[in-house]
Design a protein around this ligand. Structure first.
Ligand SMILES: C[S@@+](CC[C@H](N)C(=O)[O-])C[C@H]1O[C@@H](n2cnc3c(N)ncnc32)[C@H](O)[C@@H]1O
Length: 448
């Protein structure tokens, strides 16, 4: 039998490029799958990336490093290696520290521990610089904005009053199989049992942590303006089971007797138990100020407040449009709509419509409105509004004030607006979540 020629092996060169030693290392590691998990090596830490980590490189591969800061030299331990292009690691030893590194105020934070915070080891000013860098990067990379645009280049993440600890007025704590509450380890279902959470307001932490919640899957907690603490117990599938309220100074929780109260922009607001309200006690005022300045709502104008929650932005803008104007708040959740109805009852120019902000719902809403809105405020959940809703909003020609809790989602939606002829006319960012990688942005988008 004639000897057959061996089949040519597919190489990177055959597909058009030489393969250097580091790239070969990367490919081999990728083929090995989880080969690097548990490995330790030292790296010089590069720029911050979206998600609470920094970027480093080792043997040609990208390593996303948590618990480090840009410029540091650290020993990392690989925690996850499932992707050909990158692996994840924790900085387990600092060889050369950044001047911005601080001792973590939270005893539960650190490599392999509670995954609730990302930047406990960074001084608060550095946290804000890191967040500004992430917002810029997402708006340039995903949003297609020009990084040299001063609105992007010079972005400063604004500090809120109250310091970096004890600001969290609303939280969800996980509960383990034994009934002990805590927070999940980073990228894990494991619950790290906590006796305290130093970023959470003390009454909320005390009401949930260090107690037993047998049979529960999680507990939601919120503190209102009067110090009333509401806890909602959830089952293992995330379904609410029961709600209790604890009055300041009382030991025994009671059945809820109505909504809880918040105070912002000089008004009292009702909120459904542990339902949505800005988490940081100073965030509602700061965001309303930013939204109001961008919206420039004038008497007689029509304002749409999409994803309205309890009606915060719509209620705050209603006085500006006056009795001849109109504010329509749109919200999917029935309980939030009922709270918004109560909150806006003294503002006859404001209405609450229960409905989904999606292409169909929004098209119907715009048709029912009987004319294009002058201003649209939207504050969607983390996933953003999406390209189809963004394009539909751009077709109205309205000034659009976009409040975003995820700069990546904002970047994607800004790109959709840009594709429909809109440009960025203003940008603010607020550190509404100190110690974490989260940041709240407010963008003004107008027809270019
Ligand atoms: C980030 S919160 C904003 C609430 C409000 N703007 C505030 O600052 O208090 C998002 C709100 O959108 C609502 N929501 C989520 N998806 C929605 C959808 N597809 N249509 C309408 N509302 C939605 C949620 O129930 C929640 O109240």
């Amino acid at each position: 039998m004639a000897e057959r020629e061996p089949r040519p092996r597919r190489t990177a060169r055959a597909r058009g490029g030489p393969l250097d030693a580091t790239a070969r290392g990367a490919r081999r590691a990728a083929q090995r799958g989880s080969g690097w998990t548990g490995r330790e090596f030292d790296v010089v830490v590069g720029a911050v990336a979206h998600g609470g980590h920094c970027v480093a490189r080792h043997e040609g591969r990208v390593v996303f490093v948590r618990h480090a800061l840009p410029g540091e030299r650290v020993v990392v331990r690989v925690t996850e290696d499932r992707h050909p292009g990158y692996c994840r690691a924790d900085a387990v030893r600092v060889l050369e520290a950044s001047p911005a590194r601080i001792d973590r105020p939270c005893p539960y934070s650190g490599p392999g521990r509670c995954g609730g915070c990302d930047w406990q080891h960074a001084d608060p000013a550095e946290q804000r610089r890191l967040k500004a860098a992430v917002v810029r990067e997402q708006l340039v990379r995903l949003g297609g904005l020009d990084g040299a645009d001063p609105r992007v280049r010079d972005l400063v993440v604004e500090e809120l009053p109250g310091g970096p600890l004890r600001w969290r007025s609303r939280a969800r704590f996980a509960v383990d199989r034994s009934g002990a509450p805590g927070l999940r380890r980073h990228r894990s279902h494991d619950v790290v049992v906590l006796d305290d959470c130093p970023i959470t307001l003390e009454p909320a932490a005390r009401a949930v942590l260090g107690r037993r919640w047998p049979g529960a899957g999680a507990v939601d907690v919120a503190v209102d303006a009067a110090g009333l603490v509401t806890t909602t117990r959830l089952d293992r599938r995330g379904r609410p089971q029961s709600t209790r309220v604890l009055r300041p100074g009382a030991d025994v929780p009671e059945e809820p007797a109505g909504r809880t109260g918040r105070h912002a922009v000089g008004r009292d607001w009702e909120v459904e138990g542990t339902g949505f309200w800005q988490v940081h006690p100073a965030a509602a005022d700061a965001l309303v100020a930013a939204v109001g300045a961008f919206a420039e709502a004038r008497p007689g104008e029509t304002v749409l407040d999409l994803y309205a929650g309890a009606g915060l932005f719509g209620g705050a803008l209603a006085p500006a449009v006056g009795g001849t104007g109109r504010v329509v708040c749109v919200e999917a959740d029935a309980a939030a709509c009922a709270a918004a109805d109560a909150n806006l009852a003294d503002l006859p120019q404001a209405e609450v419509w229960q409905g989904e902000v999606d292409v169909q719902g929004l098209a119907g809403l715009l048709a029912d409105l009987g004319g294009a809105p002058h201003v649209v405020v939207l504050d969607p959940p983390r996933a953003g509004a999406g390209p189809a809703v963004s394009r539909l909003l751009a077709a109205t020609g309205a000034r659009v004030v976009y409040v975003a809790c995820d700069p990546a989602a904002l970047g994607r939606d800004v790109a959709a607006f840009a594709g429909a002829g809109y440009g960025l006319a203003g940008l603010r960012a607020v550190d509404a979540f100190p110690m974490t990688a989260h940041v709240e942005c407010v963008a003004l988008l107008v027809p270019a």
